[in-house]
Design a protein around this ligand. Structure first.
Ligand code: GLY
Ligand code: MN
Ligand code: MN
Length: 463
């Protein structure tokens, strides 16, 4: 948790932006895995954490801008809770740490909100992403749960995104703390990467280090020799010499800030010449993108530049042909790079995605493309100092996609399908780092994690 002044200042800025009305924030509750008492690890809602810092279930918060009142709703533990969960500080003392004096029992919330509805007051809330919070809003506001999202406040969504997008010094320090643990996770993973070990051995070690670092994984880790499957959470393969191991993972700090790193490691310690050629392409895409990052440049332009680099390399390798600009405009590169270059990162690994991808990554002047590949770009708008984002180009040979495009003769004037056939079993590669947009350029956050071929081979050889 930060000092209470941080939370006070955040709420003050929010009130200034919103000007009037009631702002309602629901915290998250425990979520059962397979029966009620067996719950997933508790994760507080990120906007709740941002403004109120309290990370335990059973809370709601209200800011009444017109009456200048801020209230946390929640219940103190009773003896039964204390027997099972141990003693906890009172709600009042916890609220003092975030600069809020007024607390109310949770049961009071309904009465207060019903009264506000009766008086015709404007109640702003964020779109719920957990069904139980949609149900709760139905109970509190009388809006049918299926319709609740459409009544969420666009003004509040905009205001929250504007504040959370600009990371302060203390937030950047938290992200770098997450990255420090992540560097240790990768150091260990690279040292373990060798023939005869299972993906799950490495996944388990990394998750253990995240826990030892005081947090959790920020998302389920991808540790796979089939990196061409973008969200591959299977960890059962045995590593063989010559495989590529793609690891996309990150952890959270205790206060909820994330990291999100990808490396692709040669099993056995040496890339083949084919692997080297593709790796050099991905690295060129990533380093060029990072060098282009500065305020005012649109992330779509940077994404498209990386597509351009892919096509140039692929022409040299004989995999693509024709005019580079025309190939990118036609989306031909997306056969090999079907996702976006990156996304915002902060308290969520895909920061604020619950508030709408387009609200976070696009603006009135930047409209989302419907073209395959470019449509998956989560962040496209011009960058501002204080943004933290990921830079994660990848190249994949996805047999089912190649077959579909080839059968339909898609982009046939730009792709040499006979040459692509030689890469059918290649798999996939991605390199991902987390970058802060500074006043004049960019800074790659965290300690360096090997990514040059020579450093990666050295790290994997030690295994
Ligand atoms: N780990 C999810 C992503 O890279 O976007
Ligand atoms: Mn990632
Ligand atoms: Mn990412």
């Amino acid at each position: 948790m930060f000092d209470k002044k941080v939370y006070q200042a955040r709420r003050e800025k929010l009130c200034k932006k919103m000007r009037s009305g009631l702002l309602l924030f629901l915290g998250n509750n425990e979520s059962p895995m397979n029966y009620p008492a067996n719950t997933y690890h508790f994760r507080q809602d990120s906007s709740f954490l941002y403004f109120f810092g309290l990370s335990f279930p059973g809370l709601a918060a209200m800011i009444d801008i017109d009456e200048d009142r801020q209230t946390i709703f929640g219940n103190d533990l009773d003896l039964d809770d204390i027997i099972w969960m141990g003693p906890q500080p009172s709600l009042k003392s916890r609220c003092a740490k975030i600069g809020i004096n007024e607390t109310q029992p949770l049961a009071k919330l309904e009465e207060i909100l019903k009264n506000a509805v009766r008086l015709g007051r404007k109640i702003h809330f964020l779109p719920p992403y957990r069904p139980e919070n949609a149900m709760q809003l139905e109970k509190l506001l009388g809006i049918q749960h299926g319709a609740v999202k459409s009544y969420a406040s666009p003004d509040l969504v905009r205001a929250v995104i504007a504040l959370r997008s600009l990371k302060s010094r203390e937030e950047i320090a938290e992200i770098e703390r997450a990255l420090s643990t992540t560097a240790a996770m990768y150091r260990e993973a690279m040292a373990m990467t060798r023939p005869g070990i299972f993906e799950r051995d490495i996944a388990g070690k990394m998750e253990g280090l995240a826990l030892a670092g005081g947090g959790q994984m920020a998302f389920p880790a991808i540790v796979t020799v089939h990196g061409e499957t973008l969200h591959n959470h299977y960890h059962g393969n045995l590593l063989k010499k010559g495989d590529l191991l793609l690891i996309d993972s990150g952890c959270e700090t205790g206060s909820g800030y994330a990291s999100d790193i990808t490396r692709t490691i040669p099993v056995g310690g040496k890339f083949s010449s084919q692997q080297k050629a593709i790796y050099e392409t991905v690295l060129d895409m990533q380093l060029t993108a990072i060098a282009m990052i500065k305020p005012g440049v649109s992330y779509r332009a940077i994404h498209l530049k990386t597509c351009d680099i892919l096509v140039r390399h692929f022409k040299e390798l004989g995999l693509m042909k024709g005019d580079v600009g025309a190939a990118v405009a036609a989306g031909a590169h997306a056969l090999f790079f079907p996702h976006g270059l990156g996304h915002m990162m902060g308290l969520d690994v895909h920061d604020m995605e619950d508030l709408g991808e387009n609200n976070v990554g696009y603006d009135e002047k930047t409209k989302r493309s419907e073209q395959f590949g470019l449509a998956s770009l989560r962040l496209a708008k011009p960058l501002s100092p204080g943004y933290v984002l990921t830079v994660e180009p990848g190249i994949y040979f996805i047999p089912a996609l190649i077959d579909q495009w080839q059968a339909g003769k898609k982009a046939a004037s730009f792709i040499d399908y006979a040459a692509v056939e030689k890469f059918r079993k290649f798999g996939g590669m991605r390199i991902e780092d987390n970058v802060l947009v500074t006043a004049r350029g960019a800074r790659v956050l965290g300690k360096a994690i090997p990514k040059k071929i020579v450093d990666l081979e050295k790290a994997a050889e030690r295994g």
